[in-house]
Write a protein that binds this ligand. Structure first.
Ligand code: GLN
Length: 485
């Protein structure tokens, strides 16, 4: 067991409880925020989850909420709720680095849409959370600002790339947070830290103000201590945004209310490909228990086939790196962030600024992506990857003709030790096997806690649903959560 002294796990109060306390005047939003800042001051030095705090902004918002409550005015959905956001999301006037040195000192002149929506719903923004550089990674060890420690066991990674967002919820340094997920970056850290993480359908949540990694894969989503709270947050941030042409006009459901509907009669698919070689036996056992719990709650469980799963990691790492190589071209030392002081020529300025500003994993991906897109290799790699991506998506659609949701482990192992895989990028990439498929297919999913290993490490179950099937994923996740494994 992780020893008491190295665990900073604490469960936040639920949104419903906090809202009630704020509405009745029992708790003041200003006092709540101050309490969170106190806990952050004590705990964050051990976790390195927050990169910076937005105290002035939080205080102004909390005062607004207290004034509303004092007048007895109706309170918005997240009135006074302390939240944190991943540093890949910009917030006006706050440093926004995406975990990279190249953006050190950059302050965004505007709010990302999901951040603006949280605040419009009354949430109090505490600060910005650590992550892998440009969201490239699965352990938070690629941050230019140091690794995040898993609150369950400080020697272990919190997962990544939204490691700070998951650790903050697990340690009660925020009631809920936002992360971004390109190939698993919300789901996998949620699973490693024992919290709930949501991958919304592609287009469900605006990407305006999300620092781009791979634009056809990037999504913004919530992390929270329980499924209902995560569903409430999604309801707040989801919906069309004229600033993001890929955001969808599909109406936003009342996800929290729909998550109450139960699972009686739902058909659950289990793909054998996700229970094959490489899956940690303890993780398998916990997920199997979760599946039993779903049966006991009235679901029917049947096998589904996702035969092309084995191609997902190479396909993902071709498409994601190709898009990243294009997206990251904008960091040139001229328009944003780090500018090399030494350069004598314009070309030298570009070269030095990028060389000094980007970390090794980001450079590796720019090289890979540039190669995959270059003349002569484009057809062999990039085009082929796009074709297989299509097959992977169609395979999910075929499976969803027979089932309402698909359940899998979120990750093949529980949280690993800091440093354990840091020198082996391939091992790190391969551990994304269960999450990159839904990213490529554009479908939605939830990672929900599904028991702990004998060593006390959290295991997450991934619940996948078809495009815009978030309510179904939440219902299934609620049933797994209720089983209390
Ligand atoms: N671990 C994956 C990667 O390194 C996923 C990252 C993400 O979803 N942003 O690309």
């Amino acid at each position: 067991m992780p020893s008491e002294t190295t665990s900073y796990v604490e469960t936040p109060k639920s949104l419903a409880t906090l809202r009630e306390e704020i509405a009745s005047g029992k708790t003041k939003a200003t006092a709540l925020a101050a309490g969170y800042y106190e806990r952050i001051a004590q705990v964050n030095p051990h976790l390195n989850a927050y990169l910076n705090l937005t105290k002035e902004r939080a205080l102004a918002q909390a005062e607004r909420i207290d004034a509303l409550a004092a007048k007895g005015d109706p309170l918005p959905a997240l009135a006074g709720i302390p939240v944190g956001i991943k540093d890949t999301l910009v917030a006006k006037g706050a440093p926004s680095t995406a975990g990279s040195k190249i953006l050190a000192g950059y302050e965004a002149p505007y709010d990302a849409t999901p951040v603006a929506r949280l605040e419009a719903a009354g949430a109090v923004l505490l600060g910005k959370l650590n992550c892998d550089e440009f969201a490239m990674g699965g352990s938070n060890e690629n941050s230019a600002y140091g690794p995040v420690h898993n609150p369950v066991d400080l020697d272990r990674v919190p997962g990544g790339s939204s490691g700070g967002s998951a650790a903050a919820v697990a340690a009660n340094l925020a009631v809920a947070t936002l992360g971004s997920d390109t190939g698993g970056s919300i789901r996998q850290p949620a699973s490693f830290c024992g919290v709930v993480g949501v991958l919304p359908t592609y287009g469900r949540v605006s990407r305006y103000g999300l620092i781009a990694f791979a634009s056809s894969l990037d999504r913004v989503g919530p992390l929270a201590a329980n499924v209902r709270d995560a569903a409430t947050l999604l309801g707040v941030i989801a919906g069309y945004d004229e600033q993001d042409a890929t955001s969808s006009l599909v109406p936003v459901a009342d996800y929290a209310a729909e998550s109450d509907h139960g699972v009686e009669g739902l058909r659950i698919g289990v793909p054998a490909e996700y229970f094959a070689e490489g899956l940690d036996p303890e993780v398998r056992e916990k997920i199997e228990k979760g599946i039993e719990a779903l049966k006991a709650a009235g679901c029917t469980v049947k096998p589904v086939s996702l035969a092309h799963t084995k191609y997902a990691v190479p396909v993902y790492y071709l498409i994601a790196t190709a898009e990243a190589s294009a997206n990251l071209a904008r960091f040139d030392g001229v328009r944003y962030g780090h500018r090399s002081p030494e350069a004598k020529t314009l070309a030298g300025l570009y070269k030095n600024s990028r060389d000094e500003g980007f970390g090794p994993e980001v450079k590796r991906r720019i090289l890979l992506g540039t190669y995959a897109l270059s003349a002569g290799y484009y057809d062999a790699y990039y085009r082929k990857a796009q074709q297989v991506r299509r097959i992977l998506a169609e395979e999910f659609l075929t499976a969803f003709a027979d089932v309402d949701a698909i359940v899998t482990p979120t990750a093949p192992t529980p949280a690993f030790k800091i440093g354990e895989k840091a020198d082996d990028p391939l091992a790190m990439y391969l551990s994304d096997i269960y999450t990159v498929t839904a990213s490529l297919a554009g479908i939605c999913g939830v990672s929900v806690p599904c028991g702990k290993t004998a060593a006390g490490l959290p295991v997450g179950m991934q619940v996948l649903a078809r495009h815009f099937g978030e309510s179904t994923a939440f219902r299934v996740a609620r049933a797994v959560e209720a089983a209390g494994l």
